[in-house]
Design a protein around this ligand. Structure first.
Ligand code: NAD
Ligand code: MN
Length: 357
């Protein structure tokens, strides 16, 4: 029996609702497949803890998490805590501390889910966005001076390093190589940002030479938004900076039907620290506690985690169950249905138990 240690951090808003649903489905898979067990450790870190103690997580949090094989994360953010405090208090220290430099964001129109794009169905939109996750515009370099005075100044410096750019390019080209289309689009803004993004383009070109079997093209980020809407079929794998990919992937999620179906993995490819898997969406205050959060993003996130843990069969079974349940119209309101989180979760467990028997 293979054991995988999972650190579960549901955190805020709908986080606990979708993580509970996700763990229920993962448990059904483990039980049915018989080949592995998930040893789940729960951590109640998040905004409530911050409001009580002044810290989102304990001082030794990373040392604790380091023992896990993967982290299953919900969402962080509360109405009465500034967003930059919550993001830098919990999620980013884990991503940066564990060198999770590759953020992967698969997007697909699932059967039964309707894209807001006319005539775009499951085969037409099937993307993998690879986001640089350790530096760039979110490096945390900058400062403020002369606060409150007329001459107040703030800088937010984007950091691009050769090591950082080259490793994300190689990771993305590898992803492209492993997908049927073997095509990658390099997103850039090297017309206006003439230092960091020009180096970004140069390194992309160098790396491309090592992947003769992968075709590539280049797109400015603003033009990329148009291409995603107008020619979704022309896109397969995408690599972009931390900020650009953050924005493009929300657009991707919306074009695929809802933020509620969009998964992500913060991957440390060398596996010297655990990777972290989470739905892309946030705490969703407007629907917290109503029982209607779409758990599909978290299920898909679970499939990415299983893949990373070396359980590709279980990951594939999970994706099949997601497609069956969506195709059967068992959908939450954000994707046009009337089902609850619980309904979708139970249907998933049934689909998993019923598979191939
Ligand atoms: P959000 O993702 O929480 O919500 C945006 C919209 O999408 C809302 O209308 C929400 O109801 C809907 N939505 C999101 N997930 C859904 C789901 N699973 N099912 C159905 N509908 C869903 O983004 P926001 O409103 O910009 O941010 C709210 C809070 O979450 C903020 O504090 C923000 O900082 C935080 N946030 C955290 C993360 C993270 O933890 N990774 C990501 C984004 C936002
Ligand atoms: Mn985002």
């Amino acid at each position: 029996m293979r054991h995988h240690r999972i650190a579960s951090i549901p955190a805020d808003g709908i986080g606990p609702e979708v993580i509970a649903a996700g763990l229920e489905v993962l448990d059904a898979l483990a039980t049915r497949d018989g080949g592995f067990v998930l040893d789940v450790e729960h951590y109640d870190w998040g905004s409530e803890r911050y409001k009580k103690t002044g810290a989102f997580m304990p001082d030794d949090a990373l040392a604790t998490l380091k023992k896990a094989d993967a982290i299953f994360f919900g969402a962080v953010g509360a109405i009465d805590v500034p967003d930059h405090i919550s993001l830098w208090g919990l999620r980013l220290p884990i991503c940066q501390g564990f060198d999770q430099y590759a953020n992967i964001r698969p997007t697909r129109v699932l059967p039964g889910v309707v894209s807001p794009l006319r005539d775009v169905g499951p085969g037409d939109l099937d993307w993998l966005i690879v986001r640089e996750n350790s530096e760039g515009e979110y490096a945390g370099h900058g400062g403020r001076a002369h606060r409150g005075l007329p001459e107040e100044v703030a800088t937010e410096v984007a950091i691009f390093t050769r090591v950082g750019v080259e490793r994300i390019m190689r990771y993305a080209f590898n992803c492209a190589r492993n997908r049927p289309r073997k095509h990658i689009t390099i997103v850039t803004k090297s017309n206006a940002q003439k230092f960091g993004l020009v180096m970004w383009d140069e390194i992309a070109l160098e790396v491309a030479a090592d992947y003769p079997d992968v075709t590539w093209d280049k797109e400015l980020v603003d033009a990329m938004t148009m291409r995603m809407v107008r020619k979704p079929q022309s896109i397969d794998t995408v690599v972009a900076t931390n900020l650009h990919a953050d924005i493009l992937s929300d657009l991707a999620a919306a074009l695929a039907g809802s933020l509620g179906v969009a998964p992500t993995g913060n991957v440390n490819p060398s596996k010297n620290y655990p990777s972290m898997f989470e739905p892309i969406h946030g705490s969703a205050f407007d629907i917290t506690g109503k029982g209607i959060a779409n758990p599909v993003a978290t299920f898909w996130t679970g499939a990415l985690m299983l893949e990373h843990l070396g359980e590709p069969r279980a990951a594939a079974a999970l994706m099949t169950a997601i497609e069956q349940v969506c195709a059967a119209g068992i959908l939450t309101p954000d994707v046009g249905g009337t089902s609850t989180t619980k309904d979708v979760t139970l249907a998933m467990v049934d689909a998993i138990r019923g598979a191939n028997t």
